[in-house]
Structures are given as structure tokens and as C-alpha cells.
Design a binder for this molecule. Structure first.
Ligand code: DON
Length: 316
């Protein structure tokens, strides 16, 4: 067994018994998750795969989808057009905070908070809702390497209860930041959040970003390599919501979390790492996941700004 496989098994054993955090319930369907589910996966850019625990369990991707739809919006419109609609500044606010538009520009602060993600998704090109959804699903397939599906009960659950998101969309419509067809934009946003993945998929998706946008298992280019740096910058500054600063300080690699309990992180030029465990903290980040990443970062010198002499970044 490799040292990395042994190490993730040890982390799984150490943090499995944790009982902190709560399974998200504000989207009723998410509350059905088993709090004991726990998986850790690593995929390297040369295609090695390491898994422990519940890495084949399917769950909805939730906010982790935001980085991928942002990549597609960049491909559709380019940096400057997108920047006019959605900023790139962290807020320090919760992900669902009711809008907080930049006063000067009336833009949502960044594409990782819900308002910014809804605005981003509303910009995706396509002739009608069905084509836009197909473009999104095809994009997810390039990253995961397999067909992806939407979990209907979760989609309906978000759609019925998403009053806060709906209010944000109306406010953005009022400021002229999104198009008038807000119901279609919200549906597409709820659909992208309801895409089913496994923890193994998340690690492959992260490894694709680590590999300049090319899936290291299938060799399919999932996103134009010019935009990978934009996605990673946003992940680094805004990916972990109001813990983004502490994450950057302690773990030091670009990452994104979702309320269903996934976290994916990218070691540029090396590998993708993902964890899945549904209990989350008050910020919306998986509590077991946070522990695992801090331990991995220490053990494998993952922090991007650690320039210590003789340091070997992710040598496995
Ligand atoms: O709109 C929502 O609230 C969810 N579909 C996504 C939220 C989410 O995952 C935020 N993550 N921490």
C-alpha cells in the first residue's frame, strides 16, 4: 500500500467518530443524508486514484457546481463581460446572505455566493432552457468522465423552498443585473445544484482543474485552459464562504465546499482531492472535511505559499 493510501485510511479512521456539525435541512431533501457517510479521494494528474470510505455514494453537488458554471460562463462571454455582471471580491458574509450588491456597480460580489451564482448561471448561452441544461450537463460529463443526472426530489425541494434565492433574483432584476426570465435562471441554478456526483467524481473534477482543464482519466478537455486560473483564484479567495480566509491561511490551496457535505480542492499541477461527509458547520463547510484537509496540508506541504527550504509539495 502506498504511503498516501495509508495516510488517508488513517485520517478516515481518526475523524470517522467525530459527531460535530449538522446535516443541512433548509433544503428538506438534504436532511435525508446519513451523517456517518464519509469518504476521501485523491486523483493525480497522471491518473492515479486513491479512495477510502464512502467514495461511491451519490449525493447532490450543491454549491460546488458554482465553480464549473463560472468556467462555462467565462467560455461563453470572456473575463471582461462577466466582470461587469459578477465581481470577484470576497464578502465575509454567509453564502445565502440577501444579496449585498456592490454599491457602485450593483454587481453581486462574487460568483460563489448564491446571488453571484444565480447571476452567472443566468448568463449561460443556449437556445432555451433545455439547451442550456444540456450544455451544463455535458460540461459536468467532461469533468467527471461519465453521464451525470439531476436528482429530481432535490431539484423540486430547492424549487419549492428557495424563497431567499428567488428574492435575490428579483432584486438583481430590479438592478438590471439579470435578464427578466428569472424563473428559468433559478430553475437552471437549482438544477445545477442538484447534479448527482460521488466523492470520486469530485476528486476527478478537481484533478481536471489541476491538470490545466484536461480530465486526467479520459484526456478530455473540460474547460478552456486559459480560464482555469480564474476559477482557481475565485476558489482561493471565496470558495469556503466566510471561512475562506482561515482556509487560505491554514490549508493554502484553492477549494470549494457545498452544503451537502462535499469539499474539493486543487493542488495545481499535481492532483485533486475531495472529501464527503454531510454534517456541516455554521458556515456550510463539512466538519470532517475541514479536519482532513488541514491534516493533509500539513503532512504533504500543500500550502502554496510555504517556501521552506527543502520543502517538497505533494510528493507521494
Ligand atoms: O442555493 C442553495 O442554497 C443551495 N442550492 C446551494 C448552497 C450551498 O451548497 C452553499 N454551500 N455551502
Amino acid at each position: 500500500m502506498t504511503q498516501l493510501q495509508a495516510f488517508i485510511e488513517k485520517l478516515h479512521h481518526t475523524y470517522g467518530p467525530m459527531d460535530e456539525g449538522q446535516v443541512a435541512s433548509y433544503i428538506p431533501e438534504l436532511s435525508k443524508a446519513n451523517p456517518d457517510w464519509f469518504g476521501i479521494s485523491v486523483v493525480t494528474i497522471d491518473g492515479q486514484v486513491f479512495n477510502v470510505g464512502d467514495t461511491a455514494q451519490k449525493f447532490t453537488i450543491q454549491s460546488i457546481s458554482k465553480i464549473f458554471s463560472y468556467g462555462l460562463a467565462l467560455e461563453d462571454h470572456g473575463r471582461e463581460v462577466l466582470l461587469e455582471k459578477v465581481g470577484v471580491e470576497p464578502t465575509g458574509d454567509p453564502f445565502n446572505s440577501i444579496i449585498r450588491l456592490d454599491e457602485g456597480s450593483h454587481r453581486p460580489y462574487n460568483p460563489m455566493i448564491n446571488a453571484g451564482a444565480i447571476a452567472t448561471t443566468s448568463l449561460l448561452k443556449g437556445d432555451g432552457s433545455t439547451e442550456r441544461l444540456h450544455r451544463l450537463l455535458k460540461m459536468f460529463k467532461r469533468y467527471t468522465g461519465q453521464d451525470v443526472f439531476i436528482d429530481m426530489p432535490t431539484f423540486m425541494s430547492e424549487r419549492i423552498t428557495g424563497h431567499r434565492n428567488r428574492a435575490m433574483a428579483h432584486l438583481m432584476l430590479n438592478f438590471g443585473m439579470i435578464d427578466k426570465d428569472i424563473d428559468a435562471a433559478l430553475d437552471l441554478y437549482f438544477q445545477q445544484c442538484s447534479v448527482m456526483v460521488t466523492n470520486g467524481d469530485l476528486a476527478t473534477m478537481a484533478a481536471t482543474l489541476a491538470n490545466r482543464g484536461k480530465n486526467p482519466i479520459t484526456q478530455v478537455q473540460a474547460v478552456n485552459e486559459d480560464y482555469v486560473r480564474d476559477i482557481l483564484s475565485i476558489m482561493y479567495t471565496c470558495g469556503m464562504y466566510n471561512r475562506a480566509g482561515e482556509w487560505a491561511y491554514r490549508v493554502g490551496i484553492p477549494a470549494k465546499s457545498g452544503v451537502s457535505g462535499g469539499i474539493l480542492a486543487v493542488i495545481p499541477g499535481k492532483a485533486g482531492i475531495a472529501t464527503f461527509s454531510p454534517p456541516i458547520d455554521a458556515n456550510g463547510n463539512s466538519v470532517r472535511g475541514l479536519q482532513v484537509f488541514e491534516a493533509l496540508s500539513q503532512e504533504y506541504n500543500l500550502h502554496m505559499f510555504d517556501l521552506s527550504l527543502g520543502r517538497c509539495n505533494f510528493c507521494i
